[in-house]
Design a protein around this ligand. Structure first.
Ligand code: GDP
Length: 296
């Protein structure tokens, strides 16, 4: 189960309050100390944890909650609301262009799941009645173009490529022309990933961005890398500017640090989550459902 460790610890900490009648300030403080530890162990960013705990405490330590008939329920409700708000409150959707095609650029480091996610997103949008075109701009990883073709043919979605000898800006632009010709209303661009963030990578992405003017730049990050994923998101957002995050491999994430910190650190929402290797395993991200899932 995802976030297993975190869920169990939060439920334990808050469960202890349930046995009590009225709550004292000390009861709330003790529970919050445990909640804080659980979040830190889950690899949630330290500052995010600090702010979160202080908000929850401020709301809990007041007459209304502590003198209510079911104070523990009140505290749990507040934790749930604050977790939801931490993850962005409401579902953040793709914004489609008023005049098609909508251009979505997927960026990220190698191995995060970018190419797979291009296919997943195309498939998700196809099910919503869109006609996506995938464009292969990762010319450095030899297998990436072929991989995108494999994904596209599995899904019955066209893939545009120009081999690995052309400039990515030119390929992306030609992809847009192809979409206009063929009547594709969504263009998903698979860009290059590197093992580390470097200036060349960012410059290339910036060039594609300034020429293509995508409606959405979505950063693909690997949930299992916790704080590292959040740092990657911060760097991409500062250098390139992103519109949202797709958090992959959530199916293997027992901790939850990336899911809980990335919105607060970057101020950009998680739009989708990857829940497995299969091409249909992409889900829109709902902060409220995720909070309820964590609290059980
Ligand atoms: P890229 O280098 O960023 O393009 O990454 P790939 O798309 O090649 O994916 C790297 C690996 O991660 C592959 O083995 C994918 O099957 C796997 N992967 C991608 N998304 C998910 C996910 O949501 N869950 C799981 N379990 N594996 C994933």
């Amino acid at each position: 189960m995802i976030f297993e460790g975190l869920s169990e610890k939060l439920q334990n900490a808050l469960g202890k309050l349930k046995g009590k009648g009225k709550l004292t300030e000390k009861d709330v403080n003790d529970a919050m100390r445990e909640v804080k530890l659980a979040l830190l162990e889950a690899d949630v960013n330290f500052k995010v944890v600090k702010d979160f705990i202080s908000k929850v405490k401020d709301r809990c330590i007041g007459q209304e909650v502590m003198e209510s008939l079911t104070p523990a329920q009140h505290v749990i409700k507040i934790v749930n609301e604050e977790l939801t708000s931490l993850m962005g409150s409401v579902q953040s959707k793709i914004s489609f262009a008023s005049k098609p095609p909508t251009v979505i650029m997927l960026v990220g480091l190698q191995g995060a799941g970018k190419t797979t996610t291009c296919g997943k997103l195309a498939s998700y949008l196809k099910k919503q009645g869109k006609k996506p075109l995938l464009v292969a701009c990762d010319i450095y990883r030899p297998a990436a173009i072929k991989q995108l073709h494999v994904v596209g043919s599995k899904l019955g979605i066209p893939v545009f490529d120009m081999g690995d000898k052309q400039d990515p800006v030119y390929i992306a632009n030609s992809g847009l022309e192809e979409a206009s010709k063929k009547g594709n209303d969504v263009v998903i661009i698979d860009t290059a990933g590197r093992l580390h963030i470097d200036e060349d990578l960012m410059d290339e992405l910036k060039n594609v961005k300034s020429k293509i003017k995508p409606h959405e730049i979505l950063l693909v990050i690997d949930a299992m890398t916790g704080q590292d994923a959040v740092n990657v998101a911060e760097s991409f957002n500062n250098a390139l500017g992103i519109d949202g995050v797709i958090l992959t491999k959530l199916d293997g994430d027992t901790r939850g640090g990336a899911a809980l910190s990335v919105r607060a650190v970057t101020n950009k929402p998680i739009k989708f989550v990857g829940m497995g290797e299969k091409l249909e395993e992409l889900e829109p991200f709902h902060p409220d459902r995720m909070a309820s899932r964590i609290l059980g």
